[in-house]
Design a protein around this ligand. Structure first.
Ligand SMILES: [Zn+2]
Length: 147
């Protein structure tokens, strides 16, 4: 992530996708954040990520699955390669009919991987998308939730 990406306006300008994950440990459902509607509520100069002692929009977000208030928010970065990609454990991939595979996201964080997978599904509900830990498939959009 670029160091200069601090506000919602800047996030939108560089095309960042934010995902929100429910605080509720028994739920942990994730959803893509609609930047435009958040901006219309809190303003474009609002901090993208929570800052100590500053009220953040994610504290007021309500989970659509369990109605719990408060979500974790992460940016999902597609174009900025991280320096330690060699160590990436989790990957989200898009599979096309001809066998072409596109890597959507690679991360060492399972939470980020889950959030990015959910965001990818929301963006492309009809595409075949997998979440893998190296070669092992943990989630597959063509197979109903396994666990
Ligand atoms: Zn929830």
């Amino acid at each position: 992530m670029r160091a200069s990406t601090k506000t919602l306006l800047e996030a939108r300008r560089v095309g960042l996708q934010l995902v929100a994950v429910c605080h509720n440990m028994n739920c942990r459902k994730s959803q893509a954040v609609d930047l435009d509607s958040v901006i219309s509520y809190v303003g474009a100069q609002h901090e993208m990520l929570p800052v100590l002692n500053v009220r953040h929009f994610s504290e007021r977000m309500v989970c659509p699955h369990c109605n719990h208030r408060g979500m974790f928010v992460w940016p999902v970065v597609n174009d900025d390669a991280e320096p330690n990609l060699e160590d990436a454990l989790f990957s989200i991939k898009e599979w096309e009919k001809g066998g072409k595979v596109t890597s959507i996201c690679e991360t060492t964080s399972f939470k980020v991987a889950i959030a990015a997978y959910a965001a990818a599904l929301l963006e492309n509900p009809n595409k075949h998308i997998t979440l893998q830990e190296r070669a092992r498939v943990l989630r597959d959009s063509k197979i109903k939730e396994v666990g």
